[in-house]
Write a new protein. Structure first.
Length: 271
């Protein structure tokens, strides 16, 4: 679904600029466009149709991962991590795991951070809408042999185990091998385009251009090396946990930016 893609231009103008097209950027673009605003999404990576790459292949890593999937946070020890760098961002390459925030966690957010308007009931309603839009579900049929062995091993050790819901659709009678990932290029980006949003791929947001505390534009670099400026009235920086603080810091916005990174470790086994 690429109806909303437009060619790069050294001087673009929009009402609302959304930087990044992953889970944050795509949903932001869709909802604001559906509210009738003029929206432009910029994405550093390319648009890659899911059908054109094999999951976990070298081709996919080259086309959809930042740095070909080899990114390291230096330290003791150094930690390898992955980022999506394509339309749809991390939703195109991750496991598609979905967690609804428990009410007690939402209440702690509200109380600890003094967010008076954070209503657990309202957030539950939003979560229900997201789950419907992404077809969040568990595997309807048999899981993979590897998952069966992992489950049996956990049972033998007396460990609690459960299947985490994912944003996947399955055909009638389908199983773990027939699921179709409901990433942003299949869900919220098409919704944004249908509502009139535009998108430029191969466009890196270098920094925000501000007057006082208000962002007026974004300085960008296109894939061919061309430098450009995108003027806007409002901007949403949705570059994920790594790139969002990087863009803000390059824009001279400091304070606590970049000091609250939280990640979820994943162990991958291969034999």
């Amino acid at each position: 679904m690429t109806a909303g893609l437009i060619a790069s231009d050294q001087r673009l103008v929009t009402d609302v600029l959304v930087i990044g097209s992953g889970a944050g950027g795509a949903t932001t673009a869709a909802l604001i466009a559906e509210a009738g605003r003029d929206v432009l999404v910029v994405e550093e990576g390319p648009w890659v149709d899911q059908e054109s790459v094999r999951p976990f292949s070298l081709d996919q890593m080259d086309r959809q991962y930042r740095s070909g999937g080899v990114t390291v946070a230096l330290g003791l020890p150094s930690i390898a991590y992955t980022e999506g760098r394509c339309a749809g961002g991390g939703t195109e390459i991750n496991s598609g795991l979905y967690f609804r925030p428990p009410s007690e966690v939402v209440e702690r957010w509200r109380d600890d951070f003094r967010v008076a308007d954070l209503d657990p009931g309202e957030l539950d309603a939003i979560a229900t809408e997201v789950e419907r839009s992404l077809s969040v579900s568990t595997v309807p049929g048999r899981v993979t042999p590897a998952s069966e062995r992992l489950r049996d091993g956990a049972d033998a050790l007396g460990w609690k185990q459960n299947e985490i819901p994912r944003w996947m659709t399955y055909p009638p009678g389908g199983d773990a091998t027939t699921g179709v990932r409901q990433s942003m290029t299949r869900t919220y980006l098409p919704r944004a385009f249908a509502a009139g949003a535009r998108m430029v791929v191969g466009c890196r947001a270098d920094r925000l251009v501000s007057l006082g505390s208000r962002a007026l534009a974004a300085a960008v670099t296109y894939a061919d090396g061309t430098i450009g400026t995108i003027r806007c009235r409002s901007v949403f920086v949705c570059g994920g946990a790594i790139q969002t603080p990087a863009i803000l810091q390059r824009s001279g916005i400091r304070g606590l930016v970049g000091r609250s990174l939280a990640v979820h470790p994943t162990v991958k086994l291969a034999a």
